[in-house]
Design a protein around this ligand. Structure first.
Ligand SMILES: Cc1cc2nc3c(=O)[nH]c(=O)nc-3n(C[C@H](O)[C@H](O)[C@H](O)COP(=O)(O)OP(=O)(O)OC[C@H]3O[C@@H](n4cnc5c(N)ncnc54)[C@H](O)[C@@H]3O)c2cc1C
Length: 561
């Protein structure tokens, strides 16, 4: 253990960085003995680390021996020690080589990299000290070395894509220096390498680089980086990274099922968060409201929550993953035909003022006609007031099958009354019966009832890419959510958007739209193929479930049942 000399008070400074050295120098005439401890025997000129990381400077050019710096400070001595703790009671600094006693202690050990709450330390390269800078330099040069030996063009492009996370001074300097390296140095070192496909991406979570600096400087730096070929992505908070790339954190706001709030949220996502991919809300009315906002800003909307057909209007850019309402009853007539070859007459019930009900009914009539059925629509204005009249009309019709396209409450009320009055037909289908709570509400009466569903975890598709239905269900559950169709729809939209991002190679709505239009694939959610003129979903088909023994069972189409 080193003891203070006793003659003069002992000041121990941990860290020979800017702060520690400045203090030591400042105390050079004071009646104290100064001991400065550092885990390195050199002082690093941290602001130039990025130059070492990009091979612009050698490490020794920014590292100066601490003993050399302290030559002019007669009352200071240096100890090469790593500090591992402090015993405040005994006034002793604990180091890897024993203890150092002090009268005054100054901790100037610097800071650590701020990952802003994300678990990124293991999967990214920091730039905090000389070791980091050398490691980064080796990594950067190593990837270009690997790229020059790579024959697969896509893999080569991937190797030459460098991502800098964070648009603060360090990120900006590093991205700029990497661009310089790529433009000025590498073409000479790798004459055979096609560096035109090399990319440097600077990802920044907020909407500006160099926070805290004057706006004019931010603008200048942004312009300079763009001139150097650095692609800056704002609103890009990185949540994870692996050898294949980074995962951006999604930003979401609660719309509280209000169109106004959904529109305000969309406005904020576009204007403030500057998101690259705009995912719509849940529900047709909210989606319709948000489509307007997206259109005003010329943005593409990825729709997973609105199935009504009129979300797709000329001039709107909406990619939908859902079967539109007008095709909800599409497969049902084939299903009925497989059960009863003689069935001919169908009735579809819906609320007169409901856009959803009207669309579904018209779609059912068209699909029924094509399959050789006669489909009449019976409407009501209010329930339960109109029930008696509705049932009287239904009795006169004597249909072979009944369909209903109402809200959850309407469909439950209609179903309960039809069953109670003995008018139930064997093929009996209600849009609301796809909802889990339907079984609880109707109890044993739900037995045998059919429903069209956008997605069921049991429907087994042979996927072209992405996880299987059971993997998706597990992931959704692991996030504390119910693995039902609303969550699956959101997941599917993101999966398709992610695929299009990879195909397009950039987060640009125009390129993403083109990628979506040329995509024809099957995921855990079923088929995806949109009409390139309208964006309306034409590939996805409803699955048909039937309530059997208190649970939903997928019964149609046979390929996934
Ligand atoms: C990449 C980068 C670029 C920067 N660019 C600029 C710039 O251009 N302009 C600017 O004003 N600021 C810049 N900064 C910030 C500036 O470097 C810091 O504000 C400054 O270094 C802080 O000084 P310090 O003495 O507190 O810590 P540091 O300079 O980090 O020194 C800490 C010292 O403590 C030692 N130490 C740490 N832990 C222990 C331990 N357990 N035992 C013994 N010794 C230990 C370290 O080895 C180091 O020598 C930059 C920072 C980084 C990371």
């Amino acid at each position: 253990m080193e003891e203070p000399t006793g003659a003069r008070p002992s000041v121990v400074i941990v860290g020979a960085g800017f702060a520690g050295l400045r203090l030591a120098r400042g105390l050079s005439r004071a009646p104290v003995g100064v001991t400065i401890l550092d885990r390195h025997n050199y002082h690093t000129f941290v602001p130039l680390l990025y130059q070492v990381a990009t091979a612009g400077l050698e490490p020794e050019e920014i590292a100066q021996p601490i003993r050399h710096i302290l030559r002019g400070v007669p009352n200071a001595r240096f100890r090469l020690n790593t500090v591992i703790g402090v015993d405040l009671g005994r006034r002793a600094v604990i180091t890897d080589a024993g203890e150092v006693r002090y009268d005054y202690l100054v901790l100037a050990a610097g800071s650590t990299t701020n990952y802003f709450g994300q678990d990124l330390a293991q999967v990214t390269s920091a730039l905090r000290d000389l070791d980091d800078a050398e490691r980064l330099r080796d990594q950067v040069l190593g990837t270009f070395e690997a790229a020059s030996a790579e024959e697969d063009a896509a893999r080569c492009r991937q190797l030459m894509t460098l991502i800098v996370v964070g648009g603060g001074p360090t990120g900006v300097e590093l991205a700029g220096a990497l661009a310089e390296l790529q433009r000025r140095v590498l073409p000479h070192d790798y004459p055979d390498l096609d560096l035109s496909s090399a990319r440097i991406l600077l990802l920044e979570a907020t909407d500006r680089i160099l926070p805290g600096m004057p706006k004019a400087l931010q603008g200048k730096a942004q312009a300079k980086l763009s001139e150097l070929g650095v692609e800056i992505r704002f609103g890009a908070p990185v949540a994870d990274a692996d050898a294949d790339g980074v995962t951006l954190r999604g930003i979401h706001y609660d719309d509280a099922s209000s169109s106004e709030r959904a529109m305000a949220a969309a406005e904020k996502l576009i204007q403030v968060d500057r998101v690259h991919v705009l995912i719509g809300p849940y529900g047709s009315d909210l989606t319709r409201a948000v489509v307007g906002v997206a259109r005003e800003h010329g943005r593409l909307l990825w729709n997973h929550g609105g199935a009504v057909d009129d979300i797709h209007r000329p001039g709107h850019s909406v990619v939908s993953i859902l079967t539109p309402v007008s095709r909800y009853f599409g497969g049902f007539f084939e299903l009925v035909r497989s059960l009863d070859v003689h069935a001919r007459k169908a009735v579809v019930l819906h609320r007169r003022s409901s856009r959803f009900g009207g669309l579904a009914a018209r779609g059912a009539q068209a699909a029924g006609r094509r399959a050789g059925f006669v489909v009449d629509a019976l409407t009501y204005s209010r329930l339960p007031e109109d029930l008696l009249q509705l049932l009287a009309k239904l009795r006169r019709q004597q249909p072979d099958l009944i369909l209903s396209a109402g809200s959850f409450e309407d469909d439950c009320a209609v179903a309960q009354e039809i069953i109670a009055t003995g008018m139930r037909t064997r093929p009996f289908a209600l849009t609301a019966a796809a909802i889990r709570e339907f079984g609880e509400t109707l109890g044993a009466d739900s037995e045998g009832i059919f429903a069209p569903s956008q997605w069921e975890p049991e429907a087994r598709y042979v996927v072209d890419f992405g996880p299987s239905a059971s993997q998706v269900a597990r992931r959704i559950r692991s996030m504390g959510a119910i693995a039902d169709y609303p969550a699956a729809q959101g997941y599917a939209a993101c999966l398709i958007a992610e695929h299009c991002l990879k195909e397009a190679g950039r987060a640009d709505d125009e390129a993403l739209w083109r990628a979506a239009c040329s995509l024809d694939c099957t995921t855990f959610f079923g088929r995806f193929r949109i009409n390139p003129r309208t964006g309306i979903q034409e590939g996805h088909e409803m699955v048909w479930i039937q309530w059997q023994g208190g649970r939903k069972v997928v019964v149609w189409p046979p390929s996934v049942a």
